[in-house]
Ligand binder design. Structure first.
Ligand code: ADP
Ligand code: MG
Length: 370
């Protein structure tokens, strides 16, 4: 496929698309998309991640031009495209249901967008060949969709979306119907295709692993709003809300009162044992006196060194998972903690149920959240 390699993203590249104060309702009562601001950068792989009903598909449909905002604007290259018809937007779309034409062959399905655009036959043939190669479908040209597996049908949908070389590829849970192994394989292929083409990908999923493994940036959706948008590492390590912390993996939450906030850090006094801890804080609404929680991932808890500030917790149970062990612990007033550790790195015998442990809460790996 004669497409040059392009870097998967340029971190500070300008916005290709901008959502400005976009609202959408279906029942005139609830905002399904609620004052959404979003910049989509040229060439990035952006995932819209969130639970079912959080407004991801609605956002994608407005981006694709299958739906229009009630209020606000969508800009592409600075031009308002809010009401521009889908076929004029230069975006390929892949849905979870493959939406292939059952009576057409694979090649005819892929050629369909080119026929609509009246691309001459010779060029159409060359482009279909190119798109089929990109989706690894050489040799399947003459089959009908019914003669293909789910994964192969989704490749046809992908080839069809890419055949007219759109500036953006939009995908809505495209791998949702595939089994886990095939899904993981397709994730790697999609990432490779993104790198090869250098165009902008916008990918809707409710699967946090999928979003984290493929994306340059992840926008976490909650109730029609973006709770946080950043690179996967930042979303995971520095969540800005409890919702984000809990949606992406497991997090311990220790409740308390904020004592002070400054320079991206805050101090909290835990209700559990009145101990005082410092951790990251990015929430502008938090101030001295606010109720908050110290959020720390199970893999970031560790055994305290002698003399180090620590909390005391009693081991409830210990489960061996192979690569790691997982402890469930209780503090004196009932706060629960979960801790994972690598048995080879603990430097002591495995903790047993009933044992009291002194645990450090490293502030550089913890956040204070509202
Ligand atoms: P997601 O893709 O995150 O699961 P959606 O954007 O599909 O969320 O839906 C957001 C909300 O809007 C849900 O409560 C859903 O029931 C509602 N909704 C979506 N599409 C329609 C529609 N065509 N008519 C009425 N309600 C809809
Ligand atoms: Mg959806």
């Amino acid at each position: 496929m004669p497409v040059p390699e392009a870097p998967s993203t340029v971190p500070s590249s300008p916005a290709l698309v901008r959502f400005e104060g976009v609202y959408k309702t279906y029942d005139e009562r609830n905002w399904v998309v609620d004052n959404l601001d979003l910049d989509i950068r040229q060439g990035e792989f952006l995932s819209l991640l969130g639970p079912s009903g959080s407004g991801k598909t609605t956002t994608l449909m407005m981006l694709a031009g299958f739906d229009a905002p009630e209020r606000g604007r969508i800009l592409m290259d600075g031009n308002d495209i809010s009401t521009l018809p889908a076929y004029k937007r230069d975006m390929g779309v892949v849905f979870q249901s493959y939406a292939l034409f059952p009576h057409m062959s694979v090649a005819e399905n892929v050629a369909f967008p080119l026929n609509l655009r009246k691309v001459p036959t010779a060029e159409s043939k060359a482009r279909v060949k190119e798109a089929l190669a990109l989706a690894r479908l050489e040799g399947f040209e003459d089959r009908n969709p019914s003669q293909l597996s789910g994964g192969q049908q989704q490749r046809v949908a992908l080839a069809r979306a890419l055949v007219y070389r759109p500036r953006m590829l939009l995908m809505d849970e495209p791998l949702g119907a595939l089994d886990k192994a095939l899904r993981e394989h397709m994730q790697l292929e999609l990432k490779a295709i993104h790198k090869q083409l250098g165009i902008t990908f916008v990918y809707v999923t409710h699967d946090q692993d999928e979003a984290m493994t493929m994306s340059d940036r992840v926008a976490v959706f909650n109730e029609g709003k973006i709770a946080q948008i950043d690179c996967p590492q930042a979303i995971y390590n520095r969540p800005s809300t409890r919702f984000v912390a809990n949606f992406l993996g497991e997090t311990n939450m220790l409740e308390g009162v904020v004592l002070s906030v400054s320079g991206g850090q805050a101090q909290i006094r835990l209700s559990e044992d009145s101990s005082i801890h410092q951790a990251g804080c990015t929430d502008p609404e938090l101030a001295a006196g606010s109720m908050a929680a110290l959020a720390i991932r199970p893999e970031n808890l560790r055994l305290a060194a002698p003399g180090e500030a620590a909390v005391q917790a009693c081991v409830i149970d210990s489960v061996f998972h192979g690569a790691h062990c997982k402890l469930r612990l209780n503090m004196a007033k009932g706060s629960e903690l979960s801790m994972t550790y690598n048995p080879g790195n603990l430097g002591r015998a495995a903790p047993m149920p009933g044992e009291m442990l002194s645990l450090a809460l490293p502030g550089s790996q913890a956040m204070i959240l509202r």
